[in-house]
Design a protein around this ligand. Structure first.
Ligand SMILES: C[S@@+](CC[C@H](N)C(=O)[O-])C[C@H]1O[C@@H](n2cnc3c(N)ncnc32)[C@H](O)[C@@H]1O
Length: 206
């Protein structure tokens, strides 16, 4: 892994993902997690402070980047819930079938190279009664903004650790075998529209 990926990118991602508005979204989504949780692409652990220790048993923190896991150290030390690392990508989740109550996906589906394989794994490990909580940025509804998302994504991916601006998140979830139970879409304030179109909600196994 290059110096940029291991040292610079974790700093940039941590900073971009901890703005006031992003933290507000986390505060709305993460407390809904219950039981045994799988957080896919845990990054620098910015969700940890929002887990409800009364409702969560433990959290599997799946994160393939060593630089991100190192960056998470402080948040991990302050975590209200027990966290166990899985140093693998979402395409290779090493957990038992139907063993997870909540899958949490925040700002990660944009980045996973083989999103079909990763969603298949999330679907496999989720209990039939489980839920997938998501807060992801992705494809905008307006044609002109979409055009720019498509144009800029090839360059953006190179500097942004593989992040795509143009993924239709809710379509991907449905294609991955999930049924969307709640979905809120909106633009984040003070964020360029090509980056800030959000999909926030809850899905279950279809
Ligand atoms: C923009 S960051 C978001 C981190 C965290 N979810 C958050 O909300 O702050 C995207 C994360 O996805 C991770 N990632 C990259 N490829 C992945 C993969 N194949 N499976 C799971 N996570 C991956 C990156 O290392 C990075 O930590």
């Amino acid at each position: 892994m290059s110096f940029y990926e291991n040292k610079v990118l974790p700093l940039l991602i941590n900073s971009a993902c901890s703005t006031r508005q992003v933290m507000k979204i986390r505060r709305q989504v993460v407390p809904r997690a219950t039981g045994d949780v799988l957080e896919v692409g845990m990054g620098s652990g910015l969700n940890l402070e929002f887990y409800d220790r009364e409702k969560v048993n433990m959290v599997w923190g799946l994160e393939p980047s060593e630089g991100m896991r190192l960056k998470a150290r402080a948040n991990l030390n302050a975590s209200p819930v027990e966290v166990k690392w899985l140093d693998l990508p979402g395409e290779q989740i090493p957990l038992e079938d139907e063993s997870i109550d909540t899958v949490l996906l925040t700002y990660t589906l944009c980045t996973i190279p083989d999103w079909q394989a990763a969603l298949k794994q999330m679907h496999r490990v989720l209990m039939p009664t489980g839920k997938l909580l998501f807060a992801e940025h992705g494809r905008a509804p307006e044609t002109d903004i979409r055009k720019w998302q498509d144009r800029i994504t090839p360059i953006w991916k190179k500097i942004g650790g593989g992040c795509h601006l143009n993924r239709p998140i809710s379509d991907y979830l449905v294609e991955g075998g999930f049924r969307i139970e709640t979905l809120d879409t909106f633009y984040m304030k003070k964020t360029p529209r090509i980056v800030g179109h959000m999909y926030v909600g809850e899905a279950v196994k279809a």
